[in-house]
Structure formats: structure tokens, C-alpha cells
Design a protein around this ligand. Structure first.
Ligand code: SAM
Length: 281
């Protein structure tokens, strides 16, 4: 075993002792980051090239700074995004929400699908849809100026139309024209604050996490926004907490102009997102 792999084994133990949920992966990712190689190439780093800065980044991760803040990058579907303080780190569970949305747009058989991502954060959802749905026109909105510093870097060179503003009042120019509205808004109930993992609670912005006592304040408002933006027959997709699967579909009620409201699990089989279709007149 080379020196680096021995240090990785020690670092894994330190991260596990600190309660880091994926200690081995993180120890390897950080070793690869510091040494400028891929994880699969760690065995090829010469002992003489071992970089002692490895232990500095391990100490930061031990203190529960998010891996993605240390490396400055986050992976989301086929994308590598720039992230850091001020922006929400995209999560794997959102990848399955996007997967459902891609299938829904393909099933619509529209030539140039118009898609809106409300509360875009790093731009992860908008960029994935722009990349994976051919000829889509993707629009995204974000309120936080701190987050937008990262979003702007990520969307540069893409065809995502990024705007700064409040999702509740965004895109009046697209009213009634949108095929799919997708959102991963803040949804953690304030009452859950103490149970949130330190990486999220101490590093993701509060604006990205919380929305009222039951977490549903913004989703209730976004229901109206989605209804305003969608064309009849258009679809809305809303991520939510795994405790909210019994509540969110009811926000998209028939008497408010929706049909086919349903809830869906993520890859861990936990309730994760609600979908509904704007009723035809
Ligand atoms: C949970 S994060 C999700 C970010 C991104 N969509 C993702 O999935 O990685 C929620 C985002 O909503 C933004 N936000 C909160 N309230 C907003 C509002 N009223 N209008 C627009 N964006 C908002 C936050 O700043 C944050 O970036």
C-alpha cells in the first residue's frame, strides 16, 4: 500500500469518529482533490508526492464543513457545478426529481419545450434540463444575490435564461406559455431545525432551507405561480421533505385548477416530490 492510501485509511477513521456520513468516500475525494488526480488513481501517487495539506482539508471536513465547499465543486447528474458559501449544495435526491421531469417533457412531444426552474440556487436543475432535453428553452429564477454569484458562473455559456427575483412574481412574460415548472424550494419545517445535519444547518443559507413552521409556506405560494405560468395541460414538479408526502399533493387541489396530483418516492423509496397537471378549460 502506498503512503497516500495508508493516510486515507487513517483519515477515514477520523471522519467516521466525527460522524461524517460517508467517511471513506470523502477521505478519498479529498485525497484526489489535494493531489490533483481521480479517485481511481490514488494508488499511483508516489510517496514522495504526498501533500501534507491533505490533513488540513481532513480537519475541515472533520469539523463538518461540506465536502463540496472544500473542493468548490458539486456533481449533479452529468454536470460539475461550482459551489461554495452562499449557495445551496445540490443533493442526489433532486436528481430523481429531474429524471421524472425529463420523462414528463419527453412524453409531451413538444418541439421546443418551455421549462421554468423556480428557486434555482446553483442552477443545477435548470442546467440539467437544458443539457438533457433537446431544444428546450429553460428559464431560472433565484432571489439570493449571494447564491447568484455562483449561479452566474455555472450558467455561463449555457442557454439557461437566468433572472434575479422572487419566484412568486417571476416571469410575467411567460404567463400561460410554460410546459413544465419545476422547483426544489426551501421546505424544512422550522420545528426541525435541531435535527438538520451540521453541513446543511451551518453552511447552506437559511433562505435555502426553511419556510415557515411547517416548511410549506413557499410551496403554498408557488402553487399559484405554477398555475399562472403553465399552459393548460402543463405539469408542475415540486420537491419536498420526506415527511410531507401526505400534504403537498393536496396543495394542488382540483378546485384550484389541477388534475392528476400525485406523490413520488426517491431512490431510497422515501416520499420526495409531488406532481400535478394544470386542468384543461
Ligand atoms: C433548497 S435550495 C434549492 C436550490 C436548487 N434548486 C437545487 O435543487 O440545488 C432553495 C433555493 O431557493 C431560493 N429561494 C428561497 N426563496 C426564494 C424566493 N422567494 N424566490 C426565489 N428563490 C428563492 C434560495 O435562495 C435557494 O437557492
Amino acid at each position: 500500500m502506498n503512503l497516500l492510501l495508508a493516510e486515507v485509511a487513517q483519515a477515514t477513521q477520523r471522519l467516521a469518529d466525527a460522524g461524517v456520513p460517508s467517511p471513506r468516500t470523502d477521505a478519498e475525494e479529498l485525497a484526489a482533490f489535494v493531489h490533483g488526480v481521480k479517485r481511481g488513481e490514488l494508488h499511483s501517487v508516489k510517496d514522495s508526492d504526498f501533500d501534507a495539506r491533505y490533513w488540513e482539508v481532513i480537519a475541515r471536513r472533520e469539523a463538518r464543513e461540506p465536502l463540496q465547499h472544500i473542493t468548490g465543486r458539486a456533481y449533479f447528474r452529468y454536470l460539475e457545478l461550482q459551489v461554495g458559501p452562499g449557495v445551496f449544495v445540490p443533493r442526489p435526491e433532486t436528481e430523481s426529481v429531474v429524471g421524472w421531469a425529463i420523462d414528463a417533457v419527453r412524453a409531451m412531444d413538444v418541439v421546443e419545450p418551455c421549462i421554468v426552474d423556480l428557486c434555482t440556487g446553483s442552477g443545477a436543475i435548470a442546467l440539467a434540463l437544458a443539457q438533457e432535453v433537446p431544444r428546450s428553452r429553460v428559464h431560472a429564477v433565484e432571489l439570493s444575490e449571494d447564491a447568484l454569484k455562483w449561479t452566474r458562473k455555472n450558467v455561463e455559456g449555457s442557454r439557461v435564461d437566468l433572472r434575479q427575483g422572487n419566484a412568486l412574481t417571476a416571469f410575467p412574460d411567460l404567463d400561460g406559455l410554460v410546459d413544465l415548472v419545476i422547483t426544489n424550494p426551501p421546505y424544512i419545517p422550522l420545528t426541525e431545525w435541531e435535527y438538520v445535519a451540521p453541513e446543511a444547518r451551518d453552511y447552506d443559507p437559511d433562505l435555502a432551507l426553511f419556510s415557515g413552521e411547517d416548511g410549506l409556506d413557499l410551496i403554498r405560494g408557488l402553487e399559484r405561480t405554477a398555475h399562472r405560468l403553465l399552459r393548460p395541460g402543463g405539469v408542475v414538479v415540486v420537491e419536498h421533505a420526506d415527511t410531507q408526502g401526505g400534504q403537498v399533493p393536496w396543495i394542488f387541489a382540483e378546485d384550484r385548477g389541477w388534475t392528476d396530483a400525485a406523490d413520488h418516492p426517491d431512490l431510497n423509496n422515501r416520499p420526495r416530490f409531488a406532481t400535478a397537471r394544470k386542468a384543461l378549460p
